[in-house]
Ligand binder design. Structure first.
Ligand SMILES: C[S@@+](CC[C@H](N)C(=O)[O-])C[C@H]1O[C@@H](n2cnc3c(N)ncnc32)[C@H](O)[C@@H]1O
Length: 214
């Protein structure tokens, strides 16, 4: 069972400050590897695909998927996360990873189009999920795959008081929003459990993977 002890307000500064130690949490590494494995099992990757990871942080998911793609663009809004990510890309032997500063809440859509867009634990930080899904749909080639991993609906105790994002997602509501953005063949699986210590001892927060087709 994995333990994630990151309580916070969800601000960009929070992520800037934690970027250099992000990868030292084994639970975050295991979470990304579990999601990468599930994506590989559910999507026919062909080694030529252009991928985008949105809200990549230090790129844990993108690095795990990189051998199975032609190129992956790793995008995030946090300058601190991007600085750590750029150090990791420079230190790696990968020539198919690149970083991009991107906040789809405020920035225009980039010109590139992608065969697969993935995102891990980022949707719950973004207010307008329908708008985000429409943007991601626009960024994708057809046929294309959207792979979103995030928390199932919870009681707010994952982040604790002061957090202004989503307390996880009801799968049927997210499916409805994805359908409204144009996606089809929308399917969910449970891919990981994040364990948090609390007054009851420990609470497990399930993480889903939604795979949808354009
Ligand atoms: C919980 S972290 C997850 C990071 C990484 N995906 C992982 O699982 O290790 C959420 C990430 O989303 C990014 N983020 C939050 N809001 C964003 C936005 N509007 N646009 C792009 N990235 C955003 C944060 O900077 C942070 O890196």
């Amino acid at each position: 069972m994995r333990v994630d002890q990151t309580d916070h307000d969800g601000s960009s500064r929070h992520f800037d400050e934690r970027a250099t130690t992000w990868d030292s949490d084994p639970a975050k590494v295991a979470r990304a590897l579990a999601v990468a494995q599930e994506i590989r099992s559910r999507v026919p990757l062909n080694g030529q695909m252009q991928g985008l990871e949105y809200g990549c942080g230090t790129g844990l998911l993108g690095f795990a998927l990189q051998p199975y793609f032609g190129q992956i663009t790793l995008a995030d809004s946090s300058p601190g996360m991007l600085a750590t990510l750029n150090d990791k890309i420079a230190a790696s032997r990968s020539n198919n990873l690149r970083s991009m500063k991107l906040d789809l809440v405020t920035d225009p859509l980039p010109a590139e189009r992608y065969d697969l867009v993935c995102s891990l634990m980022t949707f719950h930080h973004i207010d307008d999920i329908s708008g985000l899904l429409r943007d991601l749909f626009s960024l994708m080639n057809s046929p294309g795959y959207l792979c979103v991993a995030d928390l199932d609906a919870e009681d707010g105790s994952f982040h604790g008081p002061g957090f202004t994002g989503h307390p996880g997602f009801d799968r049927s509501v997210l499916e409805h929003e994805a359908h409204g953005a144009g996606f089809r063949n929308i399917e969910f699986s449970t891919v990981f459990q994040i364990a948090k210590p609390d007054s009851r001892g420990q609470t497990d927060f399930p993480v889903f993977l939604m795979v949808a087709r354009k």
